[in-house]
Design a protein around this ligand. Structure first.
Ligand code: PLP
Length: 485
């Protein structure tokens, strides 16, 4: 056994060192790489047909094959011109923490096996609860992502607010901008689609509090059982923040659970300059917060926070016979009793490492840079005739589109789609569309602290000059000529 380990260290060790140098080399020049790197058909076919060998192969052969066929054939989400989805601008310190965590692989399910890692998790949860303004008795858990954080919080909400008999007539309230993971989570925990009521958003894509109040009153009068409102702090489409104080007041008046989906936007709590935008968040019952979005972490790092941790225990604590010994090691609850997972990685360690190195104010400044870049993009777009801002720069997101007069709506949708496709396909920048009020728009999400004004300037210039936009202008001229003749 020892000899085998010895041999593995000899053969894998050198490659692991080489790998680190290779990746560091990539990071040094990441801006020169294509954002969208995809495997060609031949590579995919090779991977599919490889199968698992009966006897093992030399590790250096496997290493080189995986480096060239797998690891270097995916979109570079940490690229400074990756503006699509909510990108994941990863701090090198997160990667470092991830490597260290994987190397030791602590089991963070219970305190016995992760006394120190568990302590770090608890310290981070407490610190993040403090930023959210939660009182004593609060708590939470690191989970794999915003979807799991939402699912965990919604389960706690259901169990806190509804008896078994009430579940069938219960209603949860979302807006037309709420992330799809909420409906998915509610479905998983047993609610029908008609139990999720979509409240319209206002002109600024914020949940309309008046419409929410009316919907709750209407459902109550009809014998239904409103139980939760899901507010969003930083919607995925536009970065808008729902009116949290108003929603909190409505929840208090009707005795409803208030969940805030801050998967994307809760990180703004670290910005001295912008955190006032989230005021009211301290009145919520639960909060989802993705560290793998705007806290510069590698994937699989999110937290769900509860104003009262006891709700998590009520929903998730189970005590099978084979875990009784482990549980006897501590006073505070084990992590496996606070959420759906039993075995779980120590996800918080990389965030801890990153924050120790960068500091909370350094992180706040990195977040503020995202605001500045989106503002700058908006300013450039506004200077372009035929282009319009559809949703102003907020929380590092701006939505806009090419919209020359006289071109029919369905054609504009197609042209904007083509503009996004063209720049993304070129590898220079990744830009995708979203839909706002039925119109296709381009969306730049500028969260990466390494993104420069020059990146923004060059990206907007390419969008404006794209062939698709030129064609659109052509059709506009043709249209104008036809009118004249
Ligand atoms: C990204 C996002 C989610 C989902 O989070 P995952 O980490 O992708 O599971 C939920 N809500 C909002 C507002 C988001 O932006």
């Amino acid at each position: 056994m020892e000899a085998a380990m010895e041999r593995q260290i000899d053969s894998a060790g050198e490659l692991m060192k080489e790998f680190i140098d290779t990746v560091l080399g990539l990071y040094r020049h990441i801006g020169e790489e294509d954002v969208l790197r995809q495997a060609d058909g031949e590579t995919l076919q090779r991977l599919l047909s490889r199968g698992i060998p009966r006897e093992g192969r030399p590790v250096d052969e496997v290493y080189r094959e995986m480096l060239s066929d797998v690891y270097t054939k995916n979109a570079l989400v940490q690229h400074p011109r990756c503006f699509a989805c909510i990108p994941s601008p990863v701090s090198l310190f997160s990667w470092m923490g991830d490597v260290m965590t994987n190397a030791f692989d602590p089991h963070a399910g219970c305190r016995m096996n992760a006394s120190a890692a568990g302590c770090v998790e608890e310290a981070l949860v407490r610190w993040m609860c403090g930023l959210a303004g939660y009182p004593d008795g609060c708590g939470g858990l690191f989970v794999s992502g915003g979807s799991m954080a939402n699912l965990t919080a919604l389960t706690a909400a259901r169990d806190a607010k509804l008896s078994d008999a009430e579940r069938a007539s219960a209603v949860a309230y979302v807006s037309d901008q709420t992330h799809s993971s909420i409906a998915k989570g509610l479905h998983i925990i047993g609610f029908r689609a008609d139990q999720v009521r979509k409240v319209p958003s206002d002109a600024a894509f914020r949940m309309d509090a008046g419409a929410l109040r009316a919907a709750i009153a209407e459902d109550s009068a009809a014998g239904k059982k409103p139980f939760a409102v899901i507010a969003t702090a930083g919607t995925t489409n536009t970065g808008s923040i729902d009116p949290l104080p108003e929603i909190a007041a409505i929840c208090r008046a009707y005795g409803l659970w208030m969940h805030v989906d801050g998967a994307f936007g809760a990180s703004v709590l670290l910005s001295k300059r912008y955190r006032h935008l989230l005021s009211g968040i301290e009145l919520s019952d639960s909060l989802s917060w993705d560290a793998h979005k705007w806290l510069m972490q590698t994937y699989g790092c999110s937290v769900v926070l509860l104003r009262d941790q006891a709700h998590l225990l009520r929903s998730f604590a189970v005590h099978p016979e084979y875990l009784k010994d482990a549980g006897a090691f501590n006073q505070s609850p084990d992590f496996w009793d606070l959420g759906p997972e039993l075995t779980r990685p120590a996800r918080s360690l990389k965030l801890w490492l990153t924050l120790q190195v960068i500091g909370s104010e350094g992180m706040g400044r990195a977040i503020e840079h995202g605001y500045a870049m989106a503002d700058f993009a908006a300013q450039l777009v506004r200077q372009q005739p035929d282009w319009e801002i559809v949703s102003p720069a907020q929380q590092g997101i701006v939505c806009f589109r090419f919209a020359p007069a006289g071109v029919p709506a369905h054609r504009l949708d197609r042209i904007n789609q083509e503009i996004a496709h063209e720049i993304t396909q070129s590898g220079y920048a990744q830009v995708l569309t979203t839909e706002l009020r039925g119109r296709k728009v381009l969306r730049l999400c500028t969260l990466n602290p390494e993104t420069t004004p020059e990146d923004i300037r060059a990206t907007v210039a390419r969008l404006v000059k794209s062939r698709a936009a030129a064609k659109g202008r052509g059709s506009e001229e043709a249209h104008a000529k036809k009118k004249v003749s």
